[in-house]
Every structure is written in structure tokens, then in C-alpha cells.
Ligand binder design. Structure first.
Ligand SMILES: Nc1ncnc2c1ncn2[C@@H]1O[C@H](COP(=O)(O)OP(=O)(O)OP(=O)(O)O)[C@@H](O)[C@H]1O
Length: 248
């Protein structure tokens, strides 16, 4: 699915600024994400990618700038309010309720995140578990899952909130090649179902398999934008992201 270039942005960031002490992690970031698009975010460790997700979803307050979601200014809204409006995220380090079962984790996400009564969510949660390959783990405690299943649960919990915009933070990190392929297929399927995806990922081939467009964050700025195969050839990206000097 290729969203048309003139589709209205579902997410628009304007002049986002954030610093932690002397470290500037956002230096006036402007970014528009079209409805239906799959956008990849690259950048070296510490570039501020996760902080950017925090500002989008409301866990990090920007020093300046605005976050527009579906044409509305949500900059002052709580993470919970933004989630109810259709924003969901996964965390780089999976953060399930470790003592609850996989199914209970989904029900919690569906009822709090989407604002639905618990029982009313059961069928939908079961369908998401099936889709994410977790049905066999439904009654296991989330804290005991292996990495691939924890990543799947992270995605499943986000899906349970009925997102229009799904923000994925390094879901492929640490997986084997075949596990990574499973995740990529799942993200592609979610996206094909109409969910807009913004994916932070160091595993470039995973990102390239899903993203229409990739932006590269460095020093609080977006330094490159284009298809995955294009941005890695931009000299500034090669230098800051892969440590290859521009004149090499
Ligand atoms: N709450 C905080 N207080 C102080 N410094 C912070 C805070 N959160 C992040 N930082 C710093 O901001 C910088 C950007 O961190 P962030 O986690 O956003 O980077 P990232 O691009 O997601 O990195 P990685 O690829 O390693 O996950 C880092 O130097 C980090 O140490």
C-alpha cells in the first residue's frame, strides 16, 4: 500500500526542542507522517530517537514545539489521552506486567488503552494473540517469555489499544534472522490493515522491508530523508551513523 503523497498528515511535529542538561536531543524537529505511511527512523545510539517517541506519545515534555495528531494539537495531553485518540507505542525494552498472563496483559491494554469494558475485549484480544503468534502462550506469565515472544507481546499490547498510529521502538533488536523475519511480516500485515507505522530500528534490512521512507536523526536534527537504500548512501549519514568518514 502506497499512501498518496498529498494524504493529510496523521502526525505533524513542528519545531520540537528538547535538551537534557547540555545534551540537545531535539533541535527544532519538523516532521510530517502521512496517514497510511510506514516511516523508518534511523540514528546512532543516543541520537534522541526514543526521546522523540516520548515527545510524540506524551511521556516526555518538549521544551518547545507542537505535536499535532490528526490535525489536533495534543502537545499538552497525557499519554493516556493520546492513546485513547489512537496512538500506541512499543518499548525498546519490553514492559509487560510480568506477573500477569499474556492474555491478561492484552485485556489490560485493550480496556485501559482503548477504553473498553474488560469482557467486551476478550474476543478481540484472542484474535490479536492469534495474529501475533502468541495464542499458545496466552496463559503463561509475561515475565517468563523468551525474547521473540516478549517482542510479539509488546506489539500485541499496542495493537490491543486500537491504534491508528503505531510507534515501534527497536522491535527487531536482539532477534535471530528468522525471528526478525516473523516480526517484519507482522508489522507489514498491521500496516496493510491501515495502521500508520513509525519504526525506530537499527536493523536496516528489517526497516527497508517495511518503510516507504526513512529519516535519520543526529545531533537533534533530521539530517537525511529518503528510501532506506538512498539514505545510507548520504555521506553525512555514513559518517555519523556508520562511523565512515565522508572522504573514505
Ligand atoms: N530522562 C533523561 N534524563 C537525562 N538524559 C536523558 C534522559 N532520557 C534520555 N537522555 C539522554 O538523551 C540522549 C538521547 O537518548 P535516547 O534514548 O532518546 O536516544 P536513542 O536515539 O533512542 O538511543 P538508542 O539508539 O541507544 O536507543 C542520550 O544521551 C540519553 O542519555
Amino acid at each position: 500500500m502506497n499512501p498518496s503523497a498529498d494524504a493529510a498528515p496523521i502526525l505533524a511535529l513542528r519545531g520540537l526542542r528538547k535538551r537534557f542538561g547540555a545534551v540537545v536531543v531535539a533541535d527544532g524537529i519538523d516532521l510530517a507522517v502521512r496517514a497510511g505511511e510506514a516511516l523508518g527512523v534511523l540514528g546512532p545510539n543516543g541520537a534522541g530517537k526514543t526521546t522523540l517517541f516520548g515527545m510524540v506519545t506524551g511521556t516526555v515534555r518538549p521544551d518547545a514545539g507542537t505535536v499535532m495528531f490528526e490535525g489536533r494539537d495534543v502537545t499538552a495531553l497525557s499519554p493516556a489521552r493520546r492513546c485513547r485518540q489512537g496512538m500506541a507505542r512499543s518499548f525498546q525494552v519490553p514492559q509487560p506486567f510480568a506477573g500477569l498472563t499474556v492474555f491478561e496483559n492484552l485485556v489490560a491494554a485493550a480496556s485501559f488503552g482503548a477504553g473498553e469494558g474488560e469482557r467486551a475485549t476478550y474476543d478481540r484480544c484472542a484474535a490479536i494473540l492469534e495474529r501475533c503468534g502468541l495464542m499458545a502462550r496466552a496463559n503463561e506469565r509475561a515475565g517468563g517469555l523468551r525474547l521473540l515472544d516478549r517482542k510479539r507481546l509488546e506489539l500485541a499490547r499496542a495493537l490491543a489499544t486500537r491504534p491508528k498510529l503505531l510507534l515501534l521502538d527497536e522491535v527487531a533488536g536482539g532477534l535471530t534472522e528468522s525471528e526478525c523475519a516473523v516480526l517484519v511480516d507482522l508489522v507489514r500485515e498491521v500496516r496493510a490493515g491501515g495502521v500508520t507505522v513509525v519504526w525506530i530500528e537499527h536493523v536496516l534490512h528489517a526497516l527497508a522491508a517495511v518503510a516507504d521512507r526513512v529519516v535519520v536523526l543526529h545531533g537533534g536534527r533530521l539530517i537525511a530523508e529518503g528510501r532506506a537504500d538512498e539514505v545510507v548512501r548520504v555521506p553525512a549519514v555514513a559518517e555519523v551513523y556508520m562511523g565512515i568518514p565522508v572522504d573514505a
